[in-house]
Design a protein. Structure first.
Length: 411
């Protein structure tokens, strides 16, 4: 454990998560699937319930006190996101449904503006499909090509390849901050500096990073930074796109409709400034307010304390799992978040997943929406355990016993 910070009171924290007291398949639930979706603590659920019970209406509509109050809460949540990721202005924070929608928004606006036939978009070998498919669709539309930063067997980006891969045709680099499969924390600050030195803007997929490490988009100098609320102890259906204001101002709108306009006539529509320009229609208000409450919750716990707790779990789980004969961990980066993917000789990850499920251990088995990465490792799928600040070493002991039991069954 990192002794520089006061350890979290995990026993008290767990009381905020009623799901952790459930029994699944006759066994106490062990939730090791926070990379799929984090759990929401009670203060988040209660804040959303209060909104729905006492404050529900629409935002940015009219003069009613109720609507103004909802707008204030909604905009206060935007300010919480700004502060959480260190953006300079709330004008740079756009609500989206999540990471996927945020990347599609950038691809369909910024991407369409800048990418032409023969151009290149640079990605990495460890991207989630959300940071592949929107670029592939754009590349197909424009006659552009995708290029890929390769990785080592340990799951680290081969940065030496950057000089060769970034050419005068590269119009954008899109890279994940933390791999959802390997757990690798990529040196995005260095990557951004190197891309910028060649005039290439960078989008960072922060979906798996923001729950674990302090992000400062200005320090990183990211052009775009995207994430989802539901991996951040918040609800589904909400996420955010950070974009540098100069980019957002130059970008055309994406969805058209109410809320994003200044004036509409049959001849012509003029648009709001960012962020309004990118927020057509009624947003998920309770979800945005809930995400704000989640950020308060995490900030109160302390991201450094969360990181210390999760790092302890990562080290402990790695040591214990590595001792199991026939088990191979994919992803051994020096800088790693609390995600462990593994395969066991002779047992398909789906079978392993089902057997663990029978023991109450919730993990994900599959390709994790990263099929090109599975191909890189020549595996169809992996079993993945991911840890959050409410997990304990005892949770990992149960995981290890359940894996050992599964291996016994398959002998
Ligand atoms: N990018 C990364 C790195 C992710 O891990 C995910 C979701 C996404 C983008 C997409 O986020 P969404 O909220 O828009 O769906 N990752 C996972 C996962 O690892 N298992 O289930 C979802």
């Amino acid at each position: 454990m990192n002794t520089a910070v006061q350890p979290l009171d995990v026993t008290a924290i767990r009381r905020d998560f009623p799901l952790l007291s459930r029994v699944l398949n006759g066994k106490p639930v062990i939730y090791l699937d926070s990379a799929v979706s984090g759990q929401m603590p009670l203060p988040v659920i209660e804040r959303m319930t209060k909104y729905e019970r006492e404050e529900h209406t629409n935002v940015h509509r009219g003069v009613s006190t109720l609507s103004q109050e909802a707008t204030d809460h909604f905009e206060a949540a935007r300010e919480k996101v700004r502060s959480f990721i260190g953006a300079g202005s709330i004008k740079e924070i756009i609500w989206t449904r999540g990471t996927t929608e945020a990347i599609n928004l950038v691809a369909q606006t910024f991407g369409r503006m800048h990418v032409q036939a023969g151009d290149e978009i640079l990605l990495s070998a460890m991207e989630h499909h959300a940071n592949i498919v929107p670029w592939q669709m754009l590349a197909q539309e424009k006659g552009a090509t995708l290029k890929v930063i390769p990785i080592t067997d340990d799951g680290e980006l081969i940065l030496e390849s950057l000089d060769e891969l970034i050419t005068e045709r590269t119009k954008l680099l899109a890279v994940t901050h933390v791999s959802n499969v390997l757990g690798t924390v990529n040196p995005v600050k260095e990557i951004i500096a190197r891309a910028h030195a060649k005039g290439v803007p960078v989008l960072v997929d922060g979906a798996q990073a923001v729950p674990h490490l302090k992000v400062d988009v200005q320090d990183l100098d990211a052009d775009f930074y995207v994430f989802s609320g539901h991996k951040l102890s918040g609800p589904t259906g909400i996420g955010a796109l950070y974009g540098k204001l100069a980019h957002l101002e130059a970008m055309p709108p994406w969805h058209g409709g109410g809320n994003m306009i200044r004036s509409v006539t049959w001849e012509k529509t003029t648009y709001m400034a960012a962020p309004g320009k990118f927020e057509a229609g009624t947003p998920p208000i309770a979800a945005a307010i809930g995400l704000g409450a989640a950020l308060d919750y995490l900030t109160n716990l302390g991201l450094d304390r969360i990181a210390a707790q999760e790092h302890d779990l990562l080290v402990y789980a790695t040591e214990r799992l590595e001792r199991i004969p026939g088990l191979r961990i994919l992803g051994k980066a020096r800088d790693k978040a609390s995600v462990i993917s593994f395969v066991v000789e002779g047992i398909h990850p789906h079978d392993m997943g089902s057997l663990l499920d029978g023991e109450g251990v919730v993990i994900r088995a599959g390709h994790h929406c990263a099929q090109p990465l599975m191909a890189r490792y020549n595996v169809p799928a992996t079993t993945r355990a991911s840890f959050a600040y409410f997990n304990t070493r005892e949770d990992i002991d149960v995981l290890v016993s359940a894996v050992e039991k599964a291996i016994e069954l398959f002998k």
